[in-house]
Design a protein around this ligand. Structure first.
Ligand SMILES: [Zn+2]
Length: 383
């Protein structure tokens, strides 16, 4: 499955002209529908050529790149049922990649000077790798989930004393014995917590889901060090004895989905709650100005659609209109999607990017410093 390393690799690819083809094709779940895919992908690539010509550039999808995409779909379409596949092709640069994504995204084809990665970022953000911890007083199980793959990171089974007096942890009579169990329980959660803390150190900031009985979830959560608790995405109730890796993934998936949605909503509300122009920009003109000034700390971009625009070959300014930079359009180059350009610039400046579904804006940003929102001063040539 796709990773942030793939995004970095693709972001380093540049062609002198708009010769890099990016195609996102959702492959249906029903194998019977796969036959119609080639026609759909063909139409998308034709539209990408037409958009290039419409913007005044002479770019069109090359025959070889077109055939490479169609060939891969014909050969592997049935391996990708239910996934969106991203193709990146540029014969001129010797580039051809076919990446099945962990979730379904809208179709899109773009011809540009570099790979179009906005949907790739959306997929990584929406279907992140995550960890699951399952714990009760006898078991601890830490798993890592990446796409369809579930791996056990650590597992302890039937830990603790099995003396008859403890009745296998159940049927406890005396307060003293109960206290002892609670103590052991605490230690046990602490063991699991330290496994998670170590995992968090090695694996970066992966979200964490906790599963088990209600009181074990609370116990483990209390034992987590602050850094690991920050990664806590939510929990599900289940009897640990009945769980298999596949079942864990199935129960954790909606928890992660809700966490991702919550994060998108919180970020949106945070930006909309700021005073515009101060440390936030909302909408295309203000956000383009902020990107041009290198002021963006965190860019929020809408999921759907592309917005054609221009990038100045001289001063580098992005703009919606051809003549909106100090060079008065003398070096303006058409770009198929301003939102993608803004994403790339933000990442180049070490900013963060989040793709938002059902956003009440095309683009918005959390800023490092206030900008005027009017963009660079515009003067006609010769003055
Ligand atoms: Zn310029």
């Amino acid at each position: 499955m796709v990773s942030y390393a793939d995004v970095d690799k693709l972001r380093s690819v540049h062609a002198p002209g708009p010769a890099v083809l990016s195609v996102y094709v959702p492959v249906p779940l029903d194998p019977a529908e796969v036959r119609g895919l080639a026609a759909r992908a063909g139409d998308l690539m034709t539209d990408a050529s037409a958009a290039g010509l419409g913007s005044g550039s002479a770019a069109r999808v090359s025959h070889a790149d077109r055939q490479a995409v169609l060939g891969a779909l014909a050969a592997h379409g049935r391996d990708w049922l239910g996934h969106t596949v991203a193709f990146f092709a540029c014969g001129e640069l010797g580039l051809f990649e076919a990446l099945p994504l962990p979730c379904v995204l809208p179709e899109r084809a773009v011809l540009a000077t570099r790979p179009h990665v906005r949907p790739l970022l959306a997929a990584l953000q929406r279907c992140p790798d995550f960890r699951v911890a399952i714990a009760d007083r006898q078991h601890a199980w830490v798993l890592s989930v990446s796409g369809n793959r579930v791996e056990t990171v650590a597992r302890q089974v039937d830990k603790g004393p099995r003396s008859p007096g403890f009745g296998g942890w159940y049927g406890l009579e005396t307060y003293r014995v109960q206290q002892r169990i609670i103590e052991l329980g605490r230690h046990h959660y602490r063991d699991t917590a330290s496994i998670l803390a170590r995992a968090a150190e090695s694996g970066g900031r992966m979200p964490l889901v906790i599963g088990g009985h209600h009181d074990s979830i609370a116990g483990l959560l209390r034992a987590l060090p602050a850094a690991a608790r920050e990664a806590f995405a939510g929990s599900f109730i289940a009897d640990p004895h009945t769980l298999t890796p596949a079942k864990v993934r199935e129960l954790a998936a909606p928890v992660i989905e809700a966490w991702v949605r919550r994060r998108e909503r919180d970020l949106t509300e945070e930006i909309l709650g700021q005073t515009p122009g101060r440390l936030a920009s909302v909408g295309l003109p203000a956000s383009v100005a902020a990107v041009n000034e290198g002021a963006v700390a965190h860019l929020l971009v809408a999921d759907e659609g592309t917005i054609p625009g221009f990038a100045c070959g001289r001063c580098g300014a992005l703009s919606a209109g051809r003549d909106q930079c100090p060079d008065w359009g003398t070096a303006a180059q058409a770009v198929p999607d301003l939102l993608e350009e803004m994403v790339q610039r933000t990442l180049d400046d070490d900013g963060q990017v989040t793709v938002i579904r059902d956003a009440p804006f095309s683009v918005a940003a959390k800023l490092r410093f206030p900008v005027s929102g009017e963009g660079p001063a515009i003067a006609p040539p010769g003055r």
